[in-house]
Design a protein around this ligand. Structure first.
Ligand SMILES: [Zn+2]
Length: 431
């Protein structure tokens, strides 16, 4: 076999760049630009849903194909099966063409082509997005197969950079396809001054409150941030529902209960929204024009946004501190551990946002020249880190969630359960 060379690497140029970075800018579109954004967001949803429908049909046809092949073997009428298989294969080919080549989709839906405001690279970005959600399903089955996108109060679409269609005009303006020159919050100085940075794509969004933003993906062969100084320190972290995590030094980072605190406020606001919706319905007024309903909808959206922002800011702060203070951070892979624990906890597990924390850690480790690894959590709770004895063996009882403190029956070391687990998690990589 030939060794893998650069020429064999089929990824697009942007993906091959060594470093990637994301930046979000608040945008201030004019009313004409708002219309264009809405049209592209609607078209992106339409196209995405078309991909989902085609993908599902393809998925079902492949299953049918399999069973036809199986049944043909013992059949007295194999010619019939040949015919059936042929027509299945023909349809699969049509589906394949459309799922990998959006130009065919444009031929089917002429308005995508004729409407001068529709951004054609949006089609490719939407297709990438669709394939990415399939890949996510293949990796994490609980993610589910791609679902249809419903109409919502928010808008969103992405566009890919080709030639010079997405570019920085000046420190307060971007140019994006079809929308044209759009005013944004100040673009950071470092981005203005570095010529090595390339833009990969732009995602235009309007949130439920009506605020606009543009997120850019950036790539470069040079690092976006200077590497942080090495600290010669390593840390393992054990996540738990009682706190955000306990580390291998025995320090506990508490869980802020933003969500729980604001939950009540949010529930109250949502109840009010429900009442206003049913009142409008009773009076046969469409929700879109029901003023009181729309006012309350914005209140709810603003509250949800606040919860989201606070949680993200907190996790951002925690992950930065971990990466700054240590050269290596080790955590556990989550799925295995969650299965061991009971299901009632799953809501709170989502609340805590470990997924976000781990994503942050992986991203920042790469950005700042540090390392972040996840290990299989098997036995990390039950093993004594001092002597290696495993609880549950030799007639001893396995530790449960209630045993926060325990003593090793073999070497008599007294352990804080999560501290001991964090040390074992770190040891899986370093010992
Ligand atoms: Zn021991």
């Amino acid at each position: 076999m030939k060794p893998k060379s650069d020429e064999d690497d089929k990824r697009p140029h942007f993906a091959k760049l060594k470093y990637h970075f994301g930046i979000k800018l608040i945008a201030y579109p004019s009313s004409a630009q708002k219309k264009t954004i809405k049209q592209n967001s609607d078209a992106a949803r339409f196209v995405y849903n078309e991909f989902v429908a085609l993908g599902r049909e393809g998925w079902n046809l492949r299953r049918l194909e399999k069973s036809l092949i199986q049944n043909q073997a013992g059949s007295r009428n194999p010619e019939w099966f040949d015919l059936a298989l042929k027509s299945v294969a023909a349809r699969l080919k049509v589906i394949g063409n459309q799922l990998y080549n959006p130009t065919r989709l444009k031929q089917r839906f002429k308005w995508l082509d004729k409407n001068k405001r529709i951004d054609s690279t949006m089609l490719y970005a939407t297709l990438n997005f669709y394939h990415a959600s399939w890949n996510m399903f293949r990796k994490v089955h609980s993610a589910g197969i791609p679902k249809f996108h419903k109409k919502s109060d928010s808008q969103r679409y992405s566009t890919l950079k080709t030639n010079n269609n997405i570019r920085i005009v000046d420190q307060n303006h971007l140019r994006i396809p079809k929308v044209g020159q759009i005013r944004v919050t100040k673009i950071p100085d470092w981005m203005m001054h570095r010529i090595d940075i390339e833009i990969g794509s732009a995602t235009v969004k309007m949130d439920a409150v009506g605020r606009y933003s543009i997120s850019l993906t950036l790539g470069s062969d040079q690092a976006f941030k200077e590497e942080l100084p090495k600290t010669d320190s390593k840390v393992g972290i054990d996540v738990n529902v009682e706190n955000l995590y306990t580390d291998s030094f025995g320090d506990v980072v508490e869980n802020p209960r933003f969500y729980q605190k604001q939950q009540k406020q949010l529930q109250k606001a949502q109840r009010k929204l429900g009442k206003r919706a049913s009142r409008a319905k009773k009076e046969h007024r469409p929700l879109r024009t029901a003023k009181n309903y729309q006012k309350q909808r914005k209140v709810v959206a603003a509250l949800q946004r606040r919860v989201y922002n606070q949680r993200h800011n907190f996790l951002h702060y925690v992950s930065t501190a971990l990466i700054k203070n240590h050269d290596l951070v080790v955590a556990e892979k989550l799925q295995g551990k969650n299965l061991l624990k009971n299901h009632a906890l799953s809501q709170r597990i989502q609340d805590v946002g470990w997924g976000i924390l781990f994503e942050d850690l992986a991203y920042k480790a790469k950005l700042y020249g540090k390392a972040f690894t996840k290990v299989d959590p098997k036995m990390t709770t039950q093993t004594c880190h001092t002597c290696g004895f495993v609880m549950g063996r030799g007639g001893t009882r396995k530790l449960t969630l209630k045993n926060r403190v325990w003593t090793c029956p073999h070497c008599q070391t007294k352990h804080m359960r999560d501290h001991n687990a964090a040390i074992n998690i770190l040891n899986k990589v370093t010992v």
